[in-house]
Structures are given as structure tokens and as C-alpha cells.
Design a protein around this ligand. Structure first.
Ligand SMILES: Cc1cc2nc3c(=O)[nH]c(=O)nc-3n(C[C@H](O)[C@H](O)[C@H](O)COP(=O)(O)OP(=O)(O)OC[C@H]3O[C@@H](n4cnc5c(N)ncnc54)[C@H](O)[C@@H]3O)c2cc1C
Length: 463
């Protein structure tokens, strides 16, 4: 049963007033400029859509796919700012198919993750996409972690996660011969997959069903079309105008936004609620040298710190056979800033002035400093990893890639735990559905989220 959407009611301001210059060449590329790649079953000159999805990550592509499979007669377009699809969070993550153990019972995350994991396995089987159901151990290495581990086990059972077992030292060794621990949750349902490959497969399904993907289309304005004598009757059928940074436009009736690290900015652009704000948290990975990969068989996770939505630095096998260690969680100074010194004054000022970041920092100062310290000094991270696998040394690891999480933060400095979907009011707000907070496990949950979005779009927009 798909849970009801959770809304933060959009405080949509008055409808944005039209746009300068009227409505002359809506939906056409500027002279001499061709449209970015866009393939689908309709002629490439069509630039009016019934529904536009903003964001070509796994959530946007899954949603576009669900919508077109359910409504094959509608014209649906995906707008993506990059030249390639799925290169941000979807292309920079741990690749774990989560089982759903961590999340508060009855929350959207709990329901959609359990449901989504089953759907991802089924989808990969159907499409011949490689995955491994390699399982996971959540390991308590200190006595004081055991009550939290037991509570997590109960939570997992409440969430309906399949096959969970609490195991002791000797069984930990049977599963992970090099791992030490006092007690662990054995989670055989957890798996790994390449989420970018899954997302690109969603895009293929979408295009084969007649959908359009416009890349290199960075949305800069979302406005209400002004009536003007030059506008065709058909033009008024599509009252929303979406313009990109190059001045090109598409028109549509309804919009679904899945903009990840920019979800707050896109909501604000449409005149809807700017809150909750997105705070970018970078997660750096280390890579185990190939000759040491025998140390890890499946996923090994710590008992999470319940104050944060991050799962802690873990050992994760990848589909290519490598083992990644990470990710940590440090405040990034730029959205999509994958290197430690990437910096954007606007991004930093935004979170400082407009979000509850200062409160968050004060409340968790020592945690933040500790994470920064570990990010700078490899030996500190290795010390932490040795609690699980004592044989690992600094010389066994290399620095790896990083990802940036889009984590919503409210004005009181609370990290928003659950997925958040948000509509609005007013002429534009009534035609928009925003995905506002879709951090981990949104990749695992993507097919379940897309089903819920398709239900909501159908109901809300009376399709
Ligand atoms: C380090 C890390 C580890 C993770 N590990 C896991 C895991 O193991 N398992 C799991 O299930 N989840 C994991 N996640 C979470 C998961 O990756 C995300 O929840 C998921 O990818 C979100 O997908 P999305 O489509 O919402 O966002 P994204 O993939 O970020 O896509 C958003 C898209 O919107 C586009 N966009 C933004 N602004 C505009 C604009 N103005 N105009 C046009 N396009 C725009 C972006 O370019 C981007 O392509 C992890 C995330 C990170 C960062």
C-alpha cells in the first residue's frame, strides 16, 4: 500500500507575472542554435509538454518513466542541466540497495525503501542489469552500542525487512572472517548495484515510450505565460513557461521537480516555499588497494549515530569488485563541490543566512570538528576502520571519489529526516509537485517514489 504524500504546505507567493518580451518563440531554440539531444517518439520540434520533469537524476527519471507508462497519450519532457544524465547524487553514491532497517516505522523512508528495494531487484532482473545481493552486517564493536543495535534490529523487524538475524562474535567471523565485533545484525537482503546504470535504463524506457529528454537545459525561470494576441490557442493550453540560462523556453501544463541539490532553489523559482533549505554534505570515499580486497566480503556498517541521518563510514563492495570505505559527512562549501576546496560564496551565504545551519553547527560542534579532522587525516579514519578490521593500515588505502548529499535542513537547525514532497498554491503552485528532500535511500526507493508521484500527479492534476 503506497503511503499518502507528506506535504509541507507551499507558501506560494502571488503568481509570478509573465516575462518580459511576451511569448514570441516559445519552445523553439534560438536562431542558429540546435536543441540539445532529445529523443522520443514525437517530432523533435515539439516543445510543449503536458508534464515537465525537472532533473535527470534517478528520482526524476523514475518519475518520468512511471508517468509515461501510466499515461502514454501525454507528452512528457525531462529537463536536465548537465550534458549527461544522472551524474550528481545518482552517479556519486555507495551503490547500496538498502533493506529499510534504519528508518522510523511508518515513515515514508521506511515504507518506500522496503517497497523500493524489492522493486529494484525485480527491475534489474527484468532488464539484465547486474546487481549482487551480497548482504550486510551492522556491527557493534563496543559494549555500549549493543542496546542501540538491538533497538535497530527491532525497528527493522517492525519495518518488515526480510531475513534479519542478531548474531554473535563467532557468526560474524563466519560471514566476515577479518571483521571483529561483539554482536551484529545480519541483513541478507541488502545488495549493491550501479545506480547510474539503473537511472539510464529508466531514461531508455521513458524515451522508448515516447518521452523527451532535453539535456544542457538549466532551468532558470518558471513563470506563468501572459496572454497576448500573438499567442496561439494551443499556446494557452500550456500556461507554464520554463526558461533556461540560454533564454530557451519550453511550455507545459504541469511540472514535477526532482532537482536534488537544487530542490530548494527550484521551488523558490516557482514562487513556492524556499524551506526546507538544502545543505550540501560531502562524503569522501577511500578505496582499498586491490591486493587487500579479500578483507571484505559484503557490506560492513557501524551502529549509526541516531542524531544524524547519515549511516556512518562503512565498507562497501562495488560492482567492479573494488571495495570503498566511506563516506564521511562534512559540510561542503559548494553544492556539487566534489573537491574539499570547491567553494561558492552564494551557496555558503545561502545556508548561513537562510537555513538553520548556525544552530546545527552549535548543537553538534564536536561531531563536525571530528568529521573534518578525519577528512583531513587519513590515519584518523583508518583508526576508526581498524575497530572493525584491525588488519587495515594506512598503506592499504587510497583516496577515492566523493559525493555530495542534498540534505534538507529546517530553520531550527534540524536535519529533515524523512522524504519530503511539497506542492504549492496559486496559479503556478497548483500545477507543481516538488520533491524537496530525497537523500539516501532515495536511489533504493526510486521506483516506489515514482509510483507515489505518479499517483499524486494523477490525483492532483486530474490527469
Ligand atoms: C555519498 C552518497 C552516498 C549515497 N549512498 C546511497 C546508497 O548507497 N543507497 C541509496 O539508496 N542512496 C544513496 N545515496 C542517496 C542517493 O544517491 C540519492 O538519494 C539519489 O541519487 C537522489 O536522486 P535525485 O534524482 O533526487 O538527485 P540527483 O541524482 O542529484 O539528480 C538531480 C538532478 O537535477 C538536476 N538539476 C538540478 N538543478 C537543475 C536545474 N536548474 N535545471 C535542470 N536540472 C537541474 C541535476 O543536474 C541532477 O542531475 C547516497 C548519496 C550520496 C551523496
Amino acid at each position: 500500500m503506497v503511503p499518502a504524500l507528506r506535504y509541507i504546505r507551499g507558501a506560494c507567493g502571488p503568481a509570478l507575472g509573465g516575462f518580459p518580451g511576451g511569448f514570441s518563440s516559445a519552445g523553439r531554440p534560438a536562431p542558429g542554435r540546435s536543441w540539445p539531444l532529445c529523443q522520443g517518439g514525437r517530432p523533435a520540434s515539439t516543445r510543449s509538454f503536458d508534464v515537465v520533469v525537472i532533473g535527470g537524476g534517478i528520482v526524476g527519471l523514475a518519475s518520468a518513466r512511471a508517468l509515461i507508462l501510466r499515461h502514454p497519450a501525454l507528452s512528457i519532457g525531462v529537463l536536465e542541466k548537465e550534458k549527461d544524465l544522472a551524474i550528481h547524487q545518482t552517479g556519486h553514491n555507495s551503490g547500496v540497495i538498502h533493506s529499510g532497517i534504519y528508518y522510523k516505522p511508518e515513515s515514508l523512508k521506511a515504507k518506500l525503501c522496503v517497497q523500493g528495494a524489492a522493486l529494484i531487484y525485480e527491475y534489474c532482473k527484468q532488464k539484465g542489469i547486474s546487481y549482487k545481493q551480497c548482504g550486510k552486517l551492522i556491527v557493534a564493536v563496543e559494549q555500549e552500542e549493543i542496546p542501540r543495535l538491538q533497538a535497530l534490529y527491532e525497528r527493522g523487524r517492525q519495518n518488515g525487512v526480510q531475513g534479519l538475524r542478531l548474531i554473535q562474535q563467532e557468526d560474524i567471523k563466519k560471514k566476515e572472517p577479518y571483521c571483529r565485533g561483539l554482536m551484529a545484525i545480519d541483513c541478507p537482503y541488502t545488495g549493491i548495484v550501479d545506480y547510474r546504470q539503473v537511472a539510464l535504463s529508466f531514461a531508455k524506457d521513458f524515451q522508448e515510450a515516447g518521452g523527451f529528454v532535453l539535456t544542457n537545459f538549466e532551468v532558470k525561470d518558471i513563470e506563468l505565460a501572459k496572454e497576448s494576441p500573438s499567442r496561439s490557442k494551443d499556446g494557452m493550453k500550456y500556461p507554464i513557461v520554463i526558461r533556461n540560462t540560454k533564454g530557451e523556453e519550453v511550455q507545459c501544463q504541469y511540472v514535477v521537480t526532482c532537482a536534488g541539490l537544487y530542490s530548494d532553489r527550484i521551488s523558490e523559482l516557482s514562487g513556492c516555499n524556499p524551506d526546507p533549505r538544502i545543505v550540501p554534505f560531502r562524503g569522501d570515499y577511500l578505496i582499498l588497494k586491490p591486493e587487500k580486497c579479500y578483507l571484505v566480503k559484503g557490506n560492513i556498517y557501524p551502529v549509526p549515530d541516531s542524531r544524524f541521518p547519515f549511516l556512518g563510514v562503512h565498507f562497501t563492495p562495488r560492482m567492479d569488485g573494488s571495495i570503498w570505505l566511506g563516506p564521511n559527512a562534512v559540510l561542503a562549501f559548494k553544492r556539487e563541490g566534489y573537491r574539499p576546496f570547491d567553494f561558492s560564496a552564494r551557496d555558503i551565504m545561502d545556508v548561513i543566512i537562510k537555513s538553520g545551519l548556525i544552530k546545527l553547527v552549535f548543537q553538534n560542534f564536536s561531531y563536525g570538528v571530528n568529521e573534518m579532522y578525519k577528512a583531513c587525516f587519513l590515519s584518523a579514519t583508518v583508526k576508526h576502520l581498524q575497530k572493525f578490521i584491525p588488519e587495515i593500515t594506512v598503506s592499504d588505502i587510497l583516496r577515492g571519489p566523493a559525493g555530495v548529499r542534498a540534505q534538507a535542513l529546517d530553520r531550527d537547525g534540524n536535519l529533515v529526516e524523512d522524504f519530503v514532497f511539497d506542492g504549492g498554491v496559486g496559479d503556478i503552485g497548483n500545477r507543481i509537485l516538488h520533491v524537496r528532500n530525497a537523500p539516501s535511500p532515495a536511489a533504493t526507493s526510486s521506483l516506489a517514489i515514482s509510483g507515489m508521484i505518479a499517483d499524486e500527479v494523477q490525483q492532483r492534476f486530474k490527469l
